[in-house]
Design a binder for this molecule. Sequence first.
Ligand code: SAM
Length: 268
Amino acid sequence: MSRIVLGDSRDIVNYPENVALTITSPPYYCEKDYESDYSFDEYLDMLKSVLSNTADSTIDGGKICINIADIAAFSKVSGRVEEYIGVSRDMQEWLREKDCYLLARTIWSKDDPWMNSQHVGYHDKIPATYVRQLPSYEYIWTYYKKTPGREGIGAVTDHLSKEDWKRWVSSVWHIRSVRANDDHAAKFPEELVRRLVLLYSVPGDLVLDPFCGSGTTAVVAYKNRRDYAGIERNPEYHALIQKNLAAVENCLERQFAPPPRYKLNRLF
Ligand SMILES: C[S@@+](CC[C@H](N)C(=O)[O-])C[C@H]1O[C@@H](n2cnc3c(N)ncnc32)[C@H](O)[C@@H]1O
């Protein structure tokens, strides 16, 4: 049963039951409009409660994929030039308390930062040796709840071609970020979500995004014959999600989504 809720993902009533896969990208604490109301402590509390709710809604063997970057501009919290790498570590601790364990770390390698970041510069006002390297990558942390596998859904060879498996089992993914962020400031590339959907769920599964944004997770889940659930607190983005879902209704990708059985791939 698919649905998108306009509401706050800190509130457990907004969550469905029996989530098989979560693919989400929380705010990164990097001064975007949609996170400006959180102090740093409120931000951490918010993340903790959303991950707790997500874990409670997830079936045993279900997966939780969290895309996040380190905080490169931590100066607004610490008062000095500094990067902060603690949030990913905190998330691991909070999820372990909920019986969820790290299964995989993916590096999402993106465009070079000098192309579009205001935080790096090459000019004669920059002192020698004060050279910043901004990360041109983000993480995808994939957790499982209680058990890494699930009963009754067949083998990996039933659902994933060997070609896709070979490409995606490598933990560095080169995918360009979305350049046309005109309707939402931080959209997932569809390809990133597609790989996670095909690796970590099977047709008919329920796929959740508690920070739904423009609805990329829901759109890609739908195209690949999964059910979807989303939570988004901004009414404009909530309307955007409905629009993006309407645009793919009965689309060809859904009709020609990969067949469930790939046994012939054992030939190569
Ligand atoms: C990084 S964006 C997600 C973008 C999404 N991955 C996409 O492809 O469009 C984070 C989203 O979380 C939403 N958000 C922030 N705090 C929230 C909360 N407590 N409950 C629900 N949504 C929240 C923001 O409005 C924003 O749209």
